[in-house]
Design a protein around this ligand. Structure first.
Ligand SMILES: [Zn+2]
Length: 72
């Protein structure tokens, strides 16, 4: 699995971000260590499963990703 080119995190990095978002705020970029900017994404009406989607953007390396954070 490649990094997916510019502008993206690997699956492993997204997983690390998701874990960090649960325990700490703000999270840090797994690629460069900068503090990630996070923006909550409004849940889609009608979607049954409960997940919290967060859009994260790194001001350091400019990678971005939408990460699903499990809400227990
Ligand atoms: Zn970064």
């Amino acid at each position: 699995m490649t990094a997916g080119g510019a502008g993206g995190f690997t699956a492993e990095q997204r997983r690390a971000i998701a874990a960090a978002l649960v325990t700490e705020s703000p999270a840090t970029c797994p690629a460069c260590g900068a503090t990630l900017t996070r923006q909550d994404v409004a849940p889609t009406p009608g979607v049954a499963y409960v997940r919290h989607r967060v859009w994260v953007l790194c001001p350091g390396c400019r990678r971005s990703a939408s990460v699903d954070v499990k809400v227990d």
